[in-house]
Each structure stands twice: as C-alpha cells, then as structure tokens.
Design a protein around this ligand. Structure first.
Ligand code: FAD
Length: 283
C-alpha cells in the first residue's frame, strides 16, 4: 500500500472542499484492507469523491482509496452472456468504454455519471430508469473486520440509492457483471449530451444533493419554492439544476451546509416533506 500523510482532501472531492486529513491510504492488494481496518480507529473509504462533502477542518480520519483496483477482465464467455470482473476503483466512464469496445449492453442509460464502480454499487446509483445493480451477478466485499466475502446479487437487499453494502459499511472490492451483447451507442451518447445540457458541469458540485421523495422530484420542489440561486457565501443552489449545489469559488463546508439546512427548512414548511440528503457528509 501507499500512504500519504497530511493530505488536502479538497483535491479528492468533486466539490473542491476538504481539510487536511491524517492520511490517505492507497490499497494495492485486498489483504491489506484487513491490516488497515485493524490498525486504524476512524476510516472513510473515498471513491471519486463525486458524492462526498468533506469538512474543511483538520480531519482525524484515515481515508482509504481503492483507485489501484481499476482492472476490467472478461472471465466467462457463454452463448447469451459474458461475465466480466471490474475492480471497484475503475471509473464508470471507463467501464462504459469497455462495454462499447466489447459490444456489451445494459448500462448505456447511466453513461456520464462521474463516480467509481465501487461508489455506484455502494449506493445503487442510477439514472433514466437504469440502476447499476440491474447488470450485477456477484459482488466481492470486505466487511468491517477485514473479511473478504463474495455475495450473489440475490443474497443482497438493494433499493433506490441504498444497499446492504451501504447499510453495513462494507467495502466493494470487485464487481462481477453479467452482460449480453448489443451496446446501444446512440442511447449512451444521448444520455451524455443530456447531462451536458442539464447539469452545471462547469462548476464544482456533487450531483443531486437530496434523494427524490416518494412521488416527487427534489429539483421540482426546490424550484417551486423559489430557491434557485439561494446562496450562502459561495455555495449556491444551481439555477440550471436546482437539486445541485455549486461551489462558485472557495466556498466553505459551512456554506454548503447552510444551503442544505435552509432548503430542508423551506421544503418542510411549504410541502411538509423532510428532504433526505443523497450526498455523504464527512466531518
Ligand atoms: C455531475 C454529477 C452527476 C451525477 N449524476 C448522478 C446520477 O445520475 N445518478 C447517481 O446515482 N449519482 C449521480 N451522481 C453522484 C455520484 O456520481 C454517484 O453517487 C457515485 O456513485 C459516487 O461514486 P464515487 O466513487 O464518486 O463515490 P464517493 O463520493 O467517493 O463516495 C460516495 C460513498 O460511496 C462509498 N464508496 C466509495 N467507494 C466505495 C467502495 N469501493 N465500496 C463501498 N463504498 C464505497 C463512500 O464511502 C461514500 O460513502 C452525480 C455526481 C455528479 C458530480
């Protein structure tokens, strides 16, 4: 493993906010996870940091990264499908390119989500009616004691933006996908274009701040409440996509938290709905 000390975590969150962490550990072999988990008090697993808001104070936390686990291998070929093993540190973008190169179908709708495979599997990320669990066969995880286990998809509970993995704070080590043939290039490109058109990609952000409440869209509720461009310091509700909070430049952690709290308060007042954050907050 490689260990960096006193690391500026703003460089590892897509929000470009984050204080100095005690250490950031890049795991190179799965056996190292056990050692790290046994010897550290407070750990946090960071993927691509595209859904994680990190406090800008000093952080007495050992951050763990599986970025080195970025392999993609076809391990079984069958008449109607192949089984493909993907390291949890791989970028979804690279997995989509791999699918295109091998003519695999199934995840085109989620093209453009900037997360890692591990991050997406942890929360069952998705878009346009597809969730990453749709194409999963098995998942290799590491539990909090450092034990490695492989679960069939049918052994795991998963739902909208949540899974047993997230609930139990397990670490996704690698994921076995079951892909049939027929990559839909047009669909994939269309979803990429839609993201560029609808998301404020020019500014640091963490994607959707809040989960969509039952029968409702958080972005719509926020827009209807007149909260577009609501701002605390340099953190602002994006006018382009009101469920996104953008960093206009040097925003602080408390600025973002101020926006989150205000939005929650107003939506509770106007709609009697308790918005739940989708983003993960580390402090
Ligand atoms: C512009 C933009 C658009 C987005 N659009 C979407 C969208 O359409 N749909 C959607 O679902 N999300 C979307 N997101 C949010 C985000 O990309 C996803 O939630 C993604 O799954 C996060 O992956 P990550 O690697 O960045 O995770 P991180 O932010 O690094 O971590 C998020 C959580 O996952 C955990 N985690 C990370 N790696 C692992 C692992 N190997 N094993 C277990 N847990 C792990 C972390 O501990 C943390 O709790 C968007 C974000 C942005 C910035």
């Amino acid at each position: 493993m490689k260990i960096l000390a006193n690391v500026e975590m703003k460089n590892y969150s897509n929000m470009k906010i984050g204080g100095k962490a005690k250490e950031l550990i890049f795991i190179e072999k799965e056996e190292e996870l056990k050692e790290v988990l046994k010897t550290r008090d407070k750990v946090f697993l960071i993927g691509n940091g595209t859904n994680t808001l990190i406090s800008d104070k000093d952080l007495d936390i050992s951050f763990i990264s599986l970025k080195e686990f970025n392999y993609m291998k076809v391990i079984e070929k069958n008449e109607n499908y192949d089984i493909v093993c993907i390291g949890s540190g791989a970028n979804l973008d690279d997995l989509i390119d791999f699918m295109e190169a091998n003519d695999y179908a199934g995840l085109e709708n989620i093209t453009g989500i900037p997360g890692s495979v591990g991050g997406l599997v942890n929360m069952n990320g998705g878009a346009y009616g597809t969730e990453i669990f749709d194409c999963i066969d098995k998942i290799k995880i590491c539990d909090l004691d450092g034990n490695i286990k492989v679960f069939e998809k049918s052994e795991l509970n998963y739902n909208y933006r949540t899974t047993d993995i997230k609930e139990n704070k397990w670490i996704v080590v690698e994921v076995y996908f079951k892909f049939s043939k027929g990559f839909d290039k047009e669909c994939s490109q269309d979803k990429k274009d839609k993201r560029e058109e609808r998301h404020p990609l020019e500014l640091p952000n963490l994607g959707s701040t809040f989960k969509n409440p039952d029968q409702n869209f958080a972005a719509q509720l926020i827009s209807d409440a007149g909260l577009k461009e609501y701002r605390v310091g340099n953190a602002m509700v994006s006018p382009k996509h009101p469920n996104f909070i953008v960093n206009l430049g040097e925003a602080g952690f408390e600025d973002v938290m101020g926006v989150i709290e205000h939005v929650k308060e107003i939506i509770k007042e106007k709609n009697n709905i308790d918005l739940q954050t989708e983003i993960i907050i580390v402090k």
